[in-house]
Design a protein around this ligand. Structure first.
Ligand code: NAD
Length: 311
């Protein structure tokens, strides 16, 4: 049983991670602002209400902890694009302070970081992208993630603080906040629920690697404390799905026909991202199990239930 701290433990990915870690028998301290009641289902979770921007909170939160999961971002791709300085002043700065606190707290064995596979490579390749591909990010959000990966490597070399960065592709599923505008699947489902038009960036041919969030959480919870051959792993399905394919799957599941509006794709959106996940799969023997249809059906059911509980 490992002592885990999940920063962002009440968020979309973090809350599923809390559930998966507790299911796997670990002890979990969930660090978050907790602007809403805990959304994870696990009981016996230590709630730590804190501010990632406050170093004293970070210092207190890492006490007696072995594994620190850094699953907070103060920006999204859109907000970082609107003001690139925010990433530098908050995410990058506070991550360095967090790493310093982890070094100070001699109990910390490893830091696990939620990086991005969806934006870090920044290239339109026909083949799927391996971790060895040179990342050439074209968005402030992904530049920030890559910078943090580099600092984690620096802390390993300089201070012996072990770390892993998970380059997560495009996660979707229950509890994904619509306000972040980061998940096209719940955004489209919500629009369809309300019989609103779907806005499609480009002509529908943009391809992404969508992974069900519980598969992300289970993959990480099953492996974070094991030996690792790499400090960076792609976490995705290795399968590309175009926006048009996605919309037809959503139409089948919801039984609704989408009214689609096509608008120009922003320059910083690459056309195609599919992750090569063989490094992780071959090392740990764990693959995502949810099909796109099953994952979207579960997300749709969640959205319907959420609406019905307030109506
Ligand atoms: N959602 C995606 O598509 C995606 C893809 C790849 C990587 N990531 C990364 O995974 C991590 C988690 O993303 P998510 O989608 O779960 O985000 P989220 O917004 O759902 O969760 C983040 C959590 O962090 C908390 N938080 C934010 N600022 C805080 C602060 N100053 N102090 C304390 N708590 C604070 C929020 O309350 C929230 O519960 C982020 O680093 C994100 O960049 C997300």
């Amino acid at each position: 049983m490992a002592k885990c701290l999940v920063l962002g433990g009440n968020g979309f990915i973090g809350s599923h991670l809390v559930d998966a870690l507790v299911d796997a028998g670990h002890s979990v301290r969930a660090f978050d602002k907790f602007s809403k009641d805990p959304v994870y289902q696990a009981k016996d979770v230590e709630v730590f209400m804190g501010d990632f921007l406050n170093r004293a909170d970070l210092s207190n939160a890492v006490k007696d902890i072995e594994y620190v999961f850094h699953f907070i971002s103060t920006t999204t791709p859109i907000t970082a694009e609107n003001d690139p300085l925010i990433d530098v002043e908050t995410n990058i700065r506070m991550t360095i302070e967090l790493l310093q606190e982890c070094v100070e707290a001699s109990t910390v064995k490893r830091v696990l970081f939620a990086s991005t596979g969806g934006a870090i490579y920044g290239s339109d390749k026909d083949s799927s992208l391996q971790e060895t591909e040179l990342p050439l990010p074209v968005s402030p959000y992904a530049i920030g993630k890559l910078t943090i990966e580099h600092y984690m490597r620096y802390f390993t070399v300089k201070h012996g603080l072990d770390s892993i960065s998970y380059r997560i592709s495009n996660p979707y599923g229950e509890r994904q906040p619509l306000r972040r505008k980061q998940g096209v699947i719940p955004i489209f489902l919500e629009k369809l629920y309300n019989d609103q038009q779907l806005t499609i960036l480009g002509d529908g041919s943009m391809v992404r690697d969508y992974i069900y969030v519980k598969d992300v959480a289970i993959s990480i919870a099953a492996t974070f404390d094991k030996d690792h051959k790499s400090n960076v792993y792609n976490i995705g399905t290795g399968t590309g799905v175009s926006v048009s394919e996605l919309v037809s799957t959503i139409e089948q599941i919801t039984g609704k026909t989408a009214d689609k509006q096509f608008v120009a794709k922003p320059d910083t959106f690459v056309q195609k991202i599919i992750l090569d996940t063989n490094l992780f799969v071959n090392e740990y023997g764990i693959k995502p199990t949810a099909s796109l249809t099953d994952g979207i059906a579960a997300t749709w059911q969640y959205i319907v239930n959420e609406h019905q509980s307030v109506e």
